[in-house]
Design a protein around this ligand. Structure first.
Ligand code: PLP
Length: 197
């Protein structure tokens, strides 16, 4: 299930997997229509929901926090995982940046994905995922699709590993160091970022 319109690459990825996309009407200010989503969930066997709820491409909206929360409650009711594409989230002009839906998730339902494509360079091809309860499945998919990301671009990317003693859960996106292998950049305080260099 995707918002409509959505990033064309999302539709291409769904098609390449032999899956079907169910498009849900979307408001250009508040994001996906929760009312339409509920109707669709009643009618169809939806397997997953894939959204870019913050600085959406192409519409530009960021879902208000309350809508983000409500969306998660709805997905919980129907036991649907959410793939949260947060690729533009760190480009916020404001601090703190808008919250991820993942930051409201206490049961590992949200698979948070991002990358350096929009903040550093698309050619690095380095991204990350905080997969929650789906970690084993995600690791398997990575293994069978590309084995691993090559080491050189990873080394060229900013080192986001938390300094010793600084482990735990990111305040903003709720990724844990175990889950993401890193602490989300936006979850670090300004001081910690400086310390990171
Ligand atoms: C919403 C969204 N998700 C994912 C991507 C893909 O990014 P990448 O360059 O990391 O493949 C894009 C690229 O434009 C995008 O707009």
């Amino acid at each position: 299930m995707v918002d409509s319109p959505c990033f064309y690459g999302t539709l291409q990825a769904i098609e390449a997997q032999g899956l079907k996309a169910l498009e849900i009407p979307t408001d250009p200010h508040t994001g996906i229509s929760l009312e339409a989503l509920e109707l669709a969930l009643d009618q169809w066997q939806v397997k997953a929901c894939l959204l870019t709820p913050t600085f959406n491409n192409p519409l530009g909206y960021s879902m208000p926090d309350e809508r983000k929360r409500e969306l998660l409650v709805l997905l919980k009711r129907y036991d649907i995982p959410l793939i949260e594409d947060d690729i533009y989230g760190d480009l916020s002009y404001e601090t703190p940046r808008p919250r991820t839906i993942k930051s409201f998730d206490s049961e590992g339902r949200v698979i948070l994905c991002s990358s350096f494509s929009k903040s550093l360079a698309p050619g690095l091809r380095v991204g990350w995922v905080a997969p929650g309860r789906y970690q084993q499945d995600v690791m398997h998919m990575k293994y069978v699709s590309s084995m691993s990301t090559s080491t050189l671009p990873q080394l060229l990317s900013p080192n986001l590993s938390p300094p010793e003693g600084m482990t735990g859960t990111c305040e903003k996106c709720a990724a844990t160091t175990d889950e993401a292998g890193i602490l989300c950049w936006s979850g670090l305080s300004a001081t910690s970022r400086r310390e990171h260099g």
